[in-house]
Design a protein around this ligand. Structure first.
Ligand code: DGT
Ligand code: CA
Ligand code: CA
Ligand code: ZN
Length: 570
């Protein structure tokens, strides 16, 4: 899919034209870039079908340019414009404090072309010497650079989790290990992971560490000792393996699961009780070990209930554990329904039949078919008549799959004013209506808040799909007053989606926790477009757990009958 590339080039053209003070044209490019960025289908398909001009802001001239980028991966016009300012504007303007104008100044004064140049100039204190910039700007750019570097290196949980499981499986298969467990941010279910941390017990630690360094995915050995080895894996991810004695495995697992902030609080708590907590165990002042072999024992020694890893962020979990108030988090095994999937009737790849087969083989017992409604001729989606036919098809199919409850649903679009385009005469026929924003992603805060709140107040809407629209590392959440949206969702009985796509995880765990305070329910959906994506359900559940959600807060834990009753038509 070349949508991001096309949008990036059009955006850069807009920047370059603006710098040249060309009137009007920049806005047209900007608008086209937004439309293509927000497009849910590959731009290549629209080019093939001759539909590019159906997109808002795309006239003949831009349509031709889009086609050229799709065909060749670049654009002559863009290269000509760039010849005058040969810098990586896209990368540079990602840095907070650097807009196109600043980038131009920096190029002309200091020859800055890319992030490396920028980092060097900032570190050497040269930015403050440029007329019109100064010390404040330089400080801001240094902070912005650190932020960009920090997010660049992290990988999505959806990639880290299968990777870590594969490594653990391979290590166990060598026969050299008694135990191998992931720790770190991965075990806490964090949406992005900086590096992988594995903990292991082995009777032959030297051989075990050597086996780790010899894994096929290892491209570079960074450190290799008898207790610890660090490697770089294909794709650049770092992985640390620590070999620990059985007697301190629980303490090590606790220590290396983190988070740092949680561990600091725990150590303070230990000190206040004249105990010492370390990665080796919990010790009394006279040196006697009180705990260490298992993790629950470490918490118990500090007078605490076992705290699930997902909560270990120093967000009140220690006080809750002390008071015996930890929420009974929704269990991964308790969620056997997926409330958001697509078929090839819209932009998915599976037929209705295939999606049900695939879901059943993954242990899903309740599945909501939620294809897109068509909102522009250019984008695959159902017309009202298509939807009517699909509902009938779903009812017929349900008879052939007695073990799976198939809900007839739809993913409708929320217009700029908050109205939802679900055909009203079909609302009583549908089991589940998801409504999502797919256009006009960059409204002002007040307008976006009102738009989302109106959508959740719609009598026909059961779930607000991917509520904030964020794409991790790529697109920030919409500007909105989330408390207001959550309050009105709770009041009107509309659930908020936890979209389980690895790049979305939307709502985020932080917002799940916030929304819980308003009494909102959550609907977890994979938004799967191909069979393999059905497996992402777990990521949604982990996000719910990190947001302190219990089984009661999550619609997916209900039996099909109870789910139907909980939805608006029930
Ligand atoms: P990441 O890798 O950036 O996603 O985050 P973590 O949490 O996995 O952090 P990492 O890999 O640096 O270290 C794993 C855990 O080990 C961390 O959560 C807490 C513990 N830890 C490591 N080094 C220190 C340290 O210097 N002080 C404390 N208190 N804890 C540490
Ligand atoms: Ca880590
Ligand atoms: Ca680490
Ligand atoms: Zn969607």
């Amino acid at each position: 899919m070349k949508n991001a590339l096309v949008a990036r080039i059009l955006d850069e053209i807009a920047d370059l034209l603006e710098l040249d003070e060309v009137p009007f044209k920049p806005r047209a490019y900007r608008r086209a870039a937004r439309a293509i960025e927000e497009l849910q289908t590959p731009i290549e398909d629209l080019v093939v079908e001759g539909h590019i001009r159906d997109l808002p802001g795309v006239g003949e001239a831009i349509a031709e340019k889009v086609a050229e980028i799709v065909r060749t991966g670049k654009l002559r016009y863009h290269e000509e414009l760039k010849a005058k300012l040969p810098v990586d504007l896209h990368a540079l303007t990602q840095v907070d404090g650097v807009g196109p104008r600043t980038a131009k100044l920096l190029y002309e004064a200091l020859g800055v072309r890319d992030l490396d140049d920028l980092a060097r100039a900032a570190a050497e204190g040269r930015i403050r010497t440029v007329k019109g910039l100064g010390e404040k700007v330089e400080e801001k750019i240094l902070r912005g650079l650190a932020e960009v570097r920090r997010t660049e290196r992290r990988i999505l949980l959806g990639r880290a989790l299968p990777l870590a499981r594969d490594l653990c499986g391979r290590l166990l298969a060598t026969g050299l290990f008694r135990r191998v467990e992931p720790a770190g941010s991965l075990r806490r279910g964090k949406e992005t992971v900086g590096d992988l941390d594995l903990l292991a017990i082995s009777d032959r630690p030297a051989e075990a560490a050597a086996a780790f360094c010899a894994l096929p995915a290892v491209v570079e050995v960074l450190a290799h000792g008898p207790k610890k080895a660090s490697v770089r894996l294909e794709g650049g991810v770092q992985c640390d393996l620590r070999l620990v004695p059985m007697a301190s495995f629980g303490a090590a697992l606790q220590y290396f699961t983190g988070s740092r902030e949680h561990n600091i609080r725990l150590r303070e708590r230990a000190a206040a009780r004249d105990l010492k907590l370390s990665e080796y165990g919990v010790f009394r002042a006279d040196g006697a070990a009180v705990a260490g072999e298992d993790e629950a024992g470490v918490y118990a020694a500090l007078g605490l209930a076992f705290i699930p890893p997902e909560l270990r962020e120093d967000r009140g979990e220690i006080a809750a554990a002390e008071a015996g108030n930890l929420p009974p988090l929704v269990e991964v095994a308790a969620v056997r329904s997926d409330l958001h999937v697509h078929t090839n009737a819209s932009d998915g790849e599976m037929s209705l039949d295939e999606v049900v087969h695939a879901a059943r083989s993954q242990g899903i017992t309740c599945l909501a078919i939620t294809d897109h409604l068509r909102f522009a001729a250019a984008i695959p989606g159902l017309s009202p008549d298509d939807l009517r036919r699909q509902i009938e098809e779903v009812r017929r199919l349900a008879e052939r799959f007695p073990g799976v409850t198939i809900l007839a649903g739809v993913e409708a679009n929320i217009a700029r004013d908050g109205t939802v385009d679900v055909p009203r005469d079909l609302v009583p026929e549908l089991d589940l209506v998801v409504a999502s924003v797919h256009s006009h992603l960059r409204l002002g805060r007040a307008e976006m808040t009102e738009r989302l709140a109106r959508a959740v107040e719609d009598e026909g809407v059961d779930v607000l799909g991917h509520p904030t629209g964020r794409l991790i590392g790529e697109r920030p959440p919409y500007e909105a007053d989330w408390d207001e949206v959550f309050r009105r969702a709770a009041k009107s009985g509309t659930a908020l989606e936890i979209n389980a796509q690895p790049q979305r995880l939307d709502l985020s765990s932080e917002l799940v926790r916030r929304a819980l305070g308003f009494g909102v329910k959550f609907a977890i959906g994979t938004d799967a477009h191909v069979a393999s994506q059905l497996g992402h359900l777990e990521l949604g559940i982990l996000t719910a757990r990190r947001g302190w959600a219990t089984a009661n807060d999550v619609l997916n834990t209900l039996s099909p009958a109870a789910l139907r009753a909980a939805l608006k038509r029930g």
